[in-house]
Design a protein around this ligand. Structure first.
Ligand SMILES: [Mg+2]
Length: 250
């Protein structure tokens, strides 16, 4: 320390009690990291925007047969990718499988109900001008019925006809490109770890898993490759989560 300054400090210390000195304010050691900007939310449809109306395990059993179902289930702890699995089958066998899947999906449409909290969440996102998109492995006809029945629209809304489908990141990247936003400005929300969370993480987006029953707390999911950034048990928890963790200004 230069001599003159050192003497000046000594002088101050000698002439004024410490409590009356104008001491520098303590510098905060925790720097404030700005919240990431959120410009769009992409939803899964079945089991996320709508109440689960398809018994997927029954559908997999019907498509695969009991023994193949058990064998595939044990080697795929995070869930069965039925569409991917039947892709390698012969055209005739695959056609039958698609028919079985279509029957289950049709029955599901008859029982379709909106997920509690979905329309409120969409209203809050609209109020903040946050875009809403949809990605489903269901068919376009089901998305059309969903749009008509519940009077809320999602754009883009990509269905099974868009290839490759979830868990490939392609549909989410397509939506980001259509919105002209970066993947890290988007959140993917869905009830499937293997499809929705994997798709979102692969694309570089934030992910939120809707786990209504706590089924993903089971140890078999502890070490899967893609883990969600957030987990909620109801869509009503989503908006408070977004408000506290993201910059939502339009
Ligand atoms: Mg789903």
């Amino acid at each position: 320390m230069p001599l003159l300054i050192s003497r000046a400090i000594s002088f101050l210390h000698l002439t004024r009690p410490l409590s009356t000195m104008a001491l520098p304010r303590p510098t905060s050691v925790t720097s404030v990291t700005p919240k990431p900007r959120l410009r769009g939310v992409v939803f899964d449809m079945d089991g996320t925007l709508t109440v689960p109306a398809i018994d997927f395990q029954a559908m997999y059993r019907a498509v695969l047969g009991e023994s193949e179902y058990v064998s595939i289930r044990s080697s795929n702890p995070s869930g069965i990718d039925i569409l991917h699995h039947i892709e390698s089958w012969s055209p005739d066998k695959r056609q039958v499988a698609y028919q079985v899947i279509a029957d289950f999906e049709r029955q599901g449409l008859d029982r379709l109900k909106i997920m509690p909290g979905a329309s409120e969440l969409c209203g809050l996102l609209d109020a903040m001008s946050i875009r809403r998109g949809l990605i489903t492995r269901n068919v376009k006809a089901a998305v059309d019925i969903f749009h008509q029945r519940f009077g809320m629209s999602f754009y883009p809304a990509l269905s099974r006809e868009f290839r490759p489908y979830k868990p490939d990141p392609a549909p989410l990247l397509h939506i980001c490109s259509a919105w002209e936003v970066q993947p890290d400005e988007v959140m993917m929300i869905g009830d499937s770890l293997k499809d929705d969370v994997a798709c979102g993480k692969r694309a570089g987006a934030f992910t939120c898993l809707l786990d209504e029953t706590g089924r993903y707390d089971a140890p078999e999911y502890a070490n899967v490759e893609f883990q969600p950034d957030y987990t909620v048990s109801s869509l009503t928890e989503v908006y408070p989560l977004l408000e506290s963790n993201f910059d939502l200004t339009p």
